[in-house]
Each structure stands twice: as C-alpha cells, then as structure tokens.
Design a protein around this ligand. Sequence first.
Ligand code: SAH
Length: 416
Amino acid sequence: MNRTFLPLLMEWPDIAAKSVRLQVTNSAAASLHRGHPWLYTERIKQESHQGQAGDLAVVFDAKKRFVAVGLYDPHSPIRMRALRASKPGPVDADFFAERIRQSLARRQPLLKTATDGYRMVHGESDGMPGMVIDRYAETAVVKLYTLAWLPHLSSCLVCLLEQQPFTRIVLRLSRSMRQHPECLHGLEDGQVIYGDPIRETLTCIENGLRFEVDPVRGQKTGFFLDQRENRAQVEKMARGRRVLNAFSYNGGFSLAAARGGATEVTSLDQSSPALESSKRNFNLNADIPAVAQAKHLTIADDAFKAMAELVKQKQKYDLVIIDPPAFAVRRSQVKEALNSYGRLAHLGINLLADGGDIILASCSNPVSPEDFRQTVCAAAERAGRPLHAITETSHALDHPLDFAESRYLKCLFARA
Ligand code: SAH
C-alpha cells in the first residue's frame, strides 16, 4: 500500500502572489459575463506581465471594471479559463473543494444504478475548466487540458479524496501539455500520482455490466462513459434480435444488447485489441444467462469496407448500431464528416431487416444535431427506406451541458 501523493506534486512551485491583470475587448468581456469560461489571447488588449501557468488572472473591461478571475496559461491560445465571472471572490482550496462537492452531488442519482464508472467532473460544465475526473470503481483518472492546473492539483485532489476515498489516482495529460515537458518537471501522462501502481486489470460496472478499463492506454480515459444511457436504451430493444454493433470498441453496446436478449451480436471494429477486450468483457459477464446465451461474433476491419461486404452478402440485422469516432473537430471538416455519416447511414439501412432499428451516434462537436439528423434521414430516403419513430438523445447526467463547446454527442434512434 502506498497511499501517498507523488512527492513531486506536493512540492510543486507556488503560484505568484501577484495575479496577472488582463484588459480585454468588449466582446470578450460580454462573453465572460455570459458565463463562457474561455479567454483567447487575441482578445486581450493589455497584459500586466507574463505570469506562469497556474497563476491567477484577473480580467477587466475597458472601463477597468471586474469581469472574471481564472487560471492563466501563457502556453495556450486560451490564455485564461474563468473560475468566477461578474463577481470577484477567492480562488483557493475551499473554492475547489466546493466545486468538486457540487459535481459529486450532481452524480448522486447514478449511485443507485449499479454504476461505478462515470464522469465525476466534466470540465467547463462543472465549473472546473480544463479538468476532467472519471471514476472507475476505486480508481480516479484525472485528465488535464491545461498546464494551469498543475500548481493547484494537489489541493484539488486532497478535496477529492476527502469526499471519495479512492485507492489510486491516474494522471492523463492532453497532447498540448505534453508538448511542454519543461513545465511538467518530470510528470508523465499515465502516471499513478496517488496510491498503488496498476498491476491487475481494472474493471468498472455500468448498469450492472462489468467492463475492463485501461486508463493508461485505452481511448479517452479508458472507457466511453458518455454512451451509458444509449446502451441502456439498446438493451430494451434487443430481445430476440440479431444485432450489428459497428465501431464497437470494447463492446459496450454489444454487452447491453446481449443482456437485453439479443440472439446474436456482431462487434465490428478495425482495432483487434479492442475486439479482444470486447470478448473478455463477454467473459466477465458470463454469469448473466442472457449474455452467456447470446452468440458473440467479431469482425476486425474497416467499418465502411466490412459493412459494404455484409451488404453484398445480403446479411440483415434487426438492430444496427453505428457509433464512430469524431469525424470533425474543426468547422472546415463538417462537410466531409456529414458525407461519412451519410455513407454509414446508407450502409446501415441496407443491412436493416424490415422493421429493424438503427442507432447512429455522432461525437463530432462542430456537426450540429440538425445537420446530423438531416443527413441520416436523406441517406435513408436514398436507400428507399425513410426513417420513422425517430428519437434523439444527448448527454447523460454526468456529462452536463452548461457550455456550448461541450455539446458534442448526438444519438439518433429510428426505425426503417
Ligand atoms: N461505440 C463504442 C465507442 C466507439 S469509439 C462504445 O460504445 O464504447 C470509436 C471506435 O471506432 C474505436 O474503437 C476505433 O478503433 C474504431 N474505429 C475508428 N475508425 C474505424 C474504422 N474506419 N473502421 C472500424 N472501426 C474504426
């Protein structure tokens, strides 16, 4: 047992006593007043001095009135992430403790659902811009998107541990942070910064289903926590059906369908390790009779190619789930992304048995829900199978949406 923090973290240099004063454009001030937490460099008219990452920055408007206070990062195009706007107030350990307490309180309803894998702190939407904390049973995974959190990290994590007694905390660093090793003083992405090293495979429970989690090498922080409610919905639709789960990763939707009584589930992903993990996840849940009875098949291939091949073979499924990775991160990629969603929808509908259901998700942030829906519907029309009984879902309770940039997930359920 080694339930202590990495000494490096406890000895992190203090922030400067003097905060950086930033005078900003009127539009930036208005946006911060409205609660948008980001201040881009180009919207700063005057900067008192160049501070260090993590120093506090106080923002003023042209008339020198207080606008916001937040974390300063000289290495990021987002120069300041606001913690308080419109009304000044302290930013200290008590402040962080309160934000973390509120985040945890928001998730209370989840604890009644046999779920110990969920997002505890969702960055901007929980008032902790640039910090995500995911819980996987007794392990917390803290993902940072700005160097500005580093001087404050140990005090935040002490608050976290007071509220939830984790046995381990894993640190994940964004790509942009990893580009500044000189600011990391030896901290590494994937490092265990508190508690025991990871020796065994970690697991978490989602709605009573067990999943392996690899917080160091896995995608995101180890599991796609954002699809929990959509998986639960799929479970309700699966009885007696033949299911195709494209872009299956480690089989989240596949397991849900199996427990819901699907007779056969095919997981399709280009990643063989992800498919191997999905097979292990079926084994982990083999004590559930419906999971043990469902036939689980895997296809390791490009989904576009494999689905076209399945169409050629005249395969039909009663339930087709398509949950690809983000196709667009910038506006300039939206057209191409919509084109890909259209192709996938067309392929999926051609694989759908009469009266079957298709579930299509998009986690491309710049793709609007309207464009996504329209593209999918148009593809269905082209395939001669117009969609009906369409419902759309968005974010679950642990991925709150207080902030436009965090509105990425769209999921469409429809019958054709
Ligand atoms: N549906 C999953 C999450 C999907 S993440 C869940 O519920 O957890 C996206 C997945 O798509 C990854 O596993 C990745 O390996 C896979 N992938 C990316 N591009 C692909 C492609 N062209 N063909 C097949 N799989 C692909």
